[in-house]
Ligand binder design. Structure first.
Ligand code: NAD
Length: 415
C-alpha cells in the first residue's frame, strides 16, 4: 500500500513547518532525524521446531518533553522508514496534546496472520526481552498498533517483568484491565477522533445525526469509530472495509453486525445485504465524513480530487500524501490531521501510565471526561493556529507541536 517513503514525507512536513515558524536551524536539524534507533534480530522457535529470525525495530525519535511513547506494529511490509515516520508523528502528537512525553515507535517484520497463538506469544516475548535494556517507564513506553493488541501487551509486560524480577506494569500501555490497563483505552483512539469530528462539525454547521460516514479499515480504530458515530451521534455508516475488501449500504450498516461478520469470516467483505465496494472506491463516496483507519498513503495526488467528503478525519497515521493535501485544501475539504485526530489512544495511554504510577485506577467516566477536555482543547488550538498563520489544519498542527518541542529543547539547553 505504501508507495512513497513515509519518513521522507514526515521530513517534508517538518521542513514546511520550519518555514512557517522560521524555526531555529539547529532545532530543525535535530528534529529531522530520530535521536536513537535500535535494529535487532529476534530468533523464534516455530511450532514445527524450526527457528525463524524476525527483524525488529524501536525508534526513539525525541525525548525533550519526556519518555518516548509509541506503539509496536507487526506487519509483513514494515520498514525502518515507516517506524521512523510513525515515531516522528508520535513526537508531534504528544506535544500537541500537551502530554509530558516524547515520541517513539516499534515494529517487527512478520505476518501475524500466519503465526499460531504460541508463535505470536514467543515472538512478543522475544521482542520484550531483546528491547528490555532500552525501554522502561522513565525511558520509552510501547503500546499496541496495527496487528498488536492487549493480549500481546500482557505477554510483553510479563516478559519485561521477568527480566527485571518485579512487576513492571508501567513498561507499556494498552494492557488488559486486570493487569494494569486503563478503563476506556479500548475505544480511546476512535472516541478521541469523534470528539474532533464533533468540534469540526460544529464549526462547519454539519448535523452529525444526518451525516453519512465511510470508514476504511475495520480494526480497533475503524470498528469503534463506526460504533461510536452511530451510538453517540446517530450518524449513518454507509461503507466499511478491511484488507480483504469493503461493503456499501446506502441506508446504513450496523457496525456490530459487520463486526460479527468479520469475526465469523475474517472480513467485512460479503456482509449480507450490502454491496461490495473496492477500498479505493470507498474513499471517493459521496459522504459527509471520510475516515481512513487503516494504513498510510491511501489519499494521493491521483485520487484526492475525487474525495467528496466535507470532513476527512485521519484516524490512520499518514493516510494523506503532501500532493493530496494541496488538492484537498484547494477543494475546501476540512482535514483533521492524523496526529490530532488519532491522539485519543496515546492520551488514554498516558492516563494508563499515570494510574500505573499511582496504583490507583479511575472510573471510565473520568477517563472519558478528561479525554474530551484534552481533545477539544487540542482541536481548537490547531484551528486557532490555522487562522493565525493562514495555513492548513495539518500545517497548524505541526506549528503548535513543533514549537512546543522546540521550546523544551531550548529550555533544556540542547540548542
Ligand atoms: P488494527 O490492526 O486493529 O486494524 C487495522 C485494520 O486495517 C484491519 O481491519 C485491516 O484489515 C485493515 N487493513 C489493513 N490493510 C488494509 C488495506 N490495504 N485496505 C483496507 N484496510 C486495510 O489496527 P488499528 O489499531 O485500528 O490501527 C489502524 C490505524 O490507526 C493505523 O494507521 C494506526 O497507526 C492508527 N492508530 C491506531 C491507534 C490505536 O490505538 N489502535 C492509535 C493511533 C493511530
Amino acid at each position: 500500500m505504501t508507495s512513497g517513503n513515509p519518513f521522507e514525507i514526515a521530513q517534508r512536513q517538518l521542513d514546511d513547518c520550519a518555514r512557517i515558524l522560521d524555526l531555529d536551524p539547529g532545532v530543525h536539524a535535530i528534529l529531522r532525524q530520530p535521536m536513537r534507533e535500535m535494529h535487532l534480530a529476534l530468533p523464534v522457535r516455530m511450532d514445527d521446531g524450526s527457528v525463524q529470525v524476525f527483524p525488529a525495530y524501536r525508534v526513539q525519535y525525541n525525548d525533550a518533553k519526556g519518555p518516548t511513547k509509541g506503539g509496536i506494529r507487526f506487519h509483513p511490509e514494515e520498514t525502518i522508514d515507516t517506524v521512523r515516520a510513525l515515531a516522528a508523528w508520535m513526537t508531534w502528537k504528544c506535544a500537541l496534546l500537551d502530554l509530558p512525553l516524547g515520541g517513539g515507535k516499534g515494529g517487527v517484520i512478520c505476518n501475524p496472520k500466519s503465526l499460531s497463538r504460541n508463535e505470536l506469544e514467543r515472538l512478543s516475548r522475544a521482542y520484550a526481552r531483546a528491547f528490555a535494556p532500552f525501554i522502561g517507564p522513565d525511558v520509552d513506553v510501547p503500546a499496541p498498533d496495527v496487528y498488536t493488541n492487549p493480549q500481546i501487551m500482557a505477554w510483553m509486560m510479563d516478559e519485561y517483568s521477568k527480566v527485571l524480577h518485579k512487576n513492571a506494569f508501567g513498561v507499556l500501555t494498552g494492557k488488559p484491565l486486570c493487569v494494569g490497563g486503563s478503563a476506556g483505552r479500548g475505544d480511546a483512539t476512535a472516541r478521541g477522533g469523534l470528539i474532533t469530528i464533533r468540534e469540526a462539525a460544529g464549526i462547519l454547521g454539519l448535523d452529525l445525526s444526518r451525516a453519512r460516514i465511510a470508514i476504511q479499515g475495520y480494526g480497533n480504530a475503524g470498528y469503534y469509530a463506526a460504533a461510536l458515530a452511530r451510538s453517540e451521534f446517530g450518524s449513518t455508516i454507509v461503507a466499511v472495509s478491511d484488507s480483504r475488501g469493503g461493503v456499501y449500504h446506502p441506508t446504513g450498516i450496523d457496525p456490530d453486525v459487520a463486526l460479527a461478520h468479520k469475526q465469523a469470516t475474517g472480513s467485512v467483505a460479503g456482509l449480507p445485504g450490502a454491496q461490495p465496494i473496492a477500498n479505493g472506491d470507498l474513499l471517493e463516496l459521496d459522504v459527509d465524513v471520510l475516515i481512513p483507519a487503516a494504513l498510510e498513503q491511501v489519499i494521493t495526488g491521483e485520487n484526492a480530487g475525487r474525495v467528496k467528503a466535507r470532513i476527512l478525519a485521519e484516524l490512520a497515521n499518514g493516510p494523506t500524501t503532501p500532493e493530496a493535501d494541496e488538492i484537498l485544501d484547494a477543494n475546501g475539504v476540512h482535514v483533521i490531521p492524523d496526529f490530532l485526530c488519532n491522539a485519543g489512544g496515546v492520551t488514554v495511554s498516558y492516563f494508563e501510565m499515570v494510574q500505573n504510577n499511582a496504583m490507583f485506577y479511575w472510573e471510565e467516566s473520568e477517563v472519558h471526561q478528561r479525554l474530551d477536555q484534552r481533545m477539544t482543547l487540542a482541536y481548537h488550538r490547531v484551528l486557532e493556529a490555522a487562522q493565525r498563520y493562514g495555513v492548513t489544519m495539518r500545517q497548524a498542527a505541526y506549528a503548535v507541536a513543533v514549537s512546543t518541542v522546540a521550546e523544551a529543547m531550548q529550555l533544556r539547553g540542547w540548542v
